[in-house]
Ligand binder design. Structure first.
Ligand code: GLV
Ligand code: MN
Ligand code: MN
Length: 576
């Protein structure tokens, strides 16, 4: 391996030579990006190389595709592959085809190249012989243009895997670049929105899978869409430590909420493997598919599936477009009936740890890059539907109205009043709708959400009871009826004292902070669900920009990501 820094400093011809194997027999790709140096990260270099391919002429693109050997083809048998291709094809077990598999492969390869005029290109990492054959069979059915695009996409994936083997870049910078890369997959063009099982969400899962494969993890995607990466330990009976966080986001989100806790462990695993290290236990890195509760009202779908607490009644809940969760799963090729089978076996678990951006100002104000989480606040969340009477805005006298929106407005203020002034207690109305509202119609219907949280369960419960009493009083006085539909209620969860001590010790060793900051989490996390199954601990990383989160201005520095990654590495290495 060489470092990205060294690569950046090479004279152009050596730079091109160093990257010669990345795009098969096509040095022009490296030539075209040489002048764009220095690259800050490997993902950035990869993006530039893929962009160069994307803007090349059709002839050049075709030549690049044709530069690839057939999979398990004659060149492979004659030993004429590049070293990169040889390793990759052997890795997928293609050297060990049965005579039938080999015949089928040859037959499909021939049909493919007759149809398209170029060889079948596939990034074989993570594939088995059977899945290679399946992909080949499916792609023979493509139209020419679709297949050319697919081949180029696969070439981009191959390049990512090859770059990961070739280059080392600074951990923190790489983690930030990976998060920036994932943020390109969004439901809206302006910011980052990635809600459960939308096309952006599924594309994000595919990218995370590739990041995991690059790092040398074995990857599977479970029945709710969790991407599960496994680094098996030196000792088969050494148990499994689980880490991870969520990849879904709120609407117009920041880039690090959830994703940091996926990408940081992936980056750390890659570096530990490259250093020739192996843990005595298995490490499982989970990218939880759903935590935020945005698309369907129920949150934590990913961690609930893994802890065997997925409520199958949620399958009938519908999104804003009226599509049921069950349907959404099936459309994504996932099997709702298989969800109970996705649960982890608690007997094998050594614990669950989650790295998360703080999403608040405590570490920022304390001048600390990382901190140990002591507990996660409990919460109650749901929707109130108000029904009054709609009427003419110009004719109904003010005294005889049953205005549902005016009742909602009073409720918003009641939540704010009740949840102010008590340490650790917060209350929010984040959604407020007047369905079918018009400027000249008195609102007959209104819907609002309520979210109340506290680190102490008694405090949260008392506040919620008072707020509901206020709702009753306000509605009675206005002749408005109401219905409360609870979406979520979670108790406050303490982090394991033992894991807090371990995090603190790792912060001391890896970050040189003898007495690290300990702080509670006001935000909910997958960790609180995982705590129902195994011992749980969390590491918070400083959030910039005043600590803002659930907002596009959420920020994290590469230096802090680097410190957190070194702390995490120490945590792993000392965990046995
Ligand atoms: C998750 O981000 C939550 O705390 O709402
Ligand atoms: Mn969040
Ligand atoms: Mn989060």
């Amino acid at each position: 391996m060489i470092s990205l820094q060294e690569l950046n400093a090479l004279p152009a011809p050596q730079f091109v030579a160093a990257l010669a194997g990345v795009f098969e027999r096509s040095p022009w790709v490296a030539e075209r990006v040489a002048s764009a140096r220095p690259f800050a990260s490997v993902p950035q270099l990869h993006a530039a190389m893929c962009a160069a391919v994307g803007s090349a002429s059709l002839d050049e693109q075709l030549a690049l595709i044709r530069g690839h050997p057939e999979l398990a083809g004659r060149a492979a048998i004659r030993g004429e592959l590049t070293p990169e291709s040889t390793r990759e094809q052997q890795g997928a077990g293609l050297a060990a085809c049965s005579p039938q598999e080999f015949a089928r492969l040859q037959e499909l390869n021939a049909a493919y190249s007759r149809k398209f005029g170029f060889p079948f290109v596939l990034a074989v990492k993570g594939h088995t012989r059977a899945s290679v054959l399946e992909a080949l069979q499916q792609r023979v059915g493509h139209g020419l243009e679709e297949e050319r695009a697919t081949a180029l996409r696969e070439i981009g994936r191959i390049a990512r895997f090859r770059l990961a083997e070739l280059l080392a870049d600074p951990l923190g910078v790489r983690i930030i670049a990976m998060a920036q890369h994932l943020a390109r997959f969004s439901e809206d063009s302006q910011g980052l929105t990635c809600t459960y099982l939308t096309p952006a969400h599924r594309a994000t899962a595919a990218e995370i899978r590739d990041f995991m494969l690059s790092a040398g993890l074995e990857v599977s995607i479970d029945a709710v869409g969790n991407v599960v990466g496994r680094w098996s330990g030196a000792d088969d009976d050494g148990g499994t430590l689980v880490t991870g966080s969520h990849y879904d986001t709120v609407v117009n989100a920041g880039q690090f909420d959830g994703r940091l806790g996926i990408l940081l462990p992936i980056a750390v695993v890659a570096d530990l493997r490259h250093a020739g290290l192996r843990l005595p236990f298995t490490l499982t890195v989970i990218a939880f598919a759903e935590e935020e509760g945005v698309r369907f009202k129920s949150a934590f779908l990913g961690s609930r599936a893994l802890t065997g607490t997925f409520d199958t009644a949620a399958l009938d809940s519908v999104d804003a477009g009226g599509t049921s969760l069950r349907q959404v799963l099936e459309d994504a090729g996932l099997d709702p009936a298989a969800i109970p089978g996705a649960a982890l076996d608690p007997r094998t678990l050594l614990g669950f740890v989650e790295v998360h951006i703080e999403q608040g100002p405590v570490l920022l104000e304390a001048g600390a890059p990382v901190g140990v989480v002591t507990s996660i606040a409990g919460s109650v969340r749901g929707v109130i539907t108000l029904v009054g009477l709609s009427g003419h805005a110009g004719t109904v006298p003010m005294g005889s109205r049953r205005d549902a929106a005016a009742a909602a407005a009073e409720i918003v203020l009641a939540v704010e009043r009740r949840c102010s002034g008590t340490p650790g207690l917060v209350g929010t109305v984040g959604q407020l709708h007047v369905p079918g509202g018009a400027m000249n119609v008195i609102p007959g219907h209104c819907q609002l959400s309520i979210d109340i949280r506290a680190d102490l369960d008694e405090v949260r419960k008392a506040a919620f009871a008072d707020v509901m009493a206020d709702v009753e009083r306000i509605c009675a006085a206005r002749g408005v009826s109401f219905q409360w539909q609870r979406a979520l209620e979670t108790a406050s969860v303490p982090c394991s004292a033992r894991l807090q001590r371990r995090w603190a010790a790792s912060i001391g060793r890896a970050a040189g902070i003898a007495e690290p900051r300990h702080l509670p989490s006001g935000a909910g996390h997958d960790a609180m669900v995982m705590a129902g199954m195994t011992e749980m601990g969390m590491l918070f990383v400083r959030c910039g920009n005043g600590g803002i989160s659930h907002h596009p201005a959420e920020s994290l520095t590469a230096e802090d990501a680097d410190v957190a990654a070194r702390v995490f590495a120490d945590f792993l290495l000392s965990y046995a």
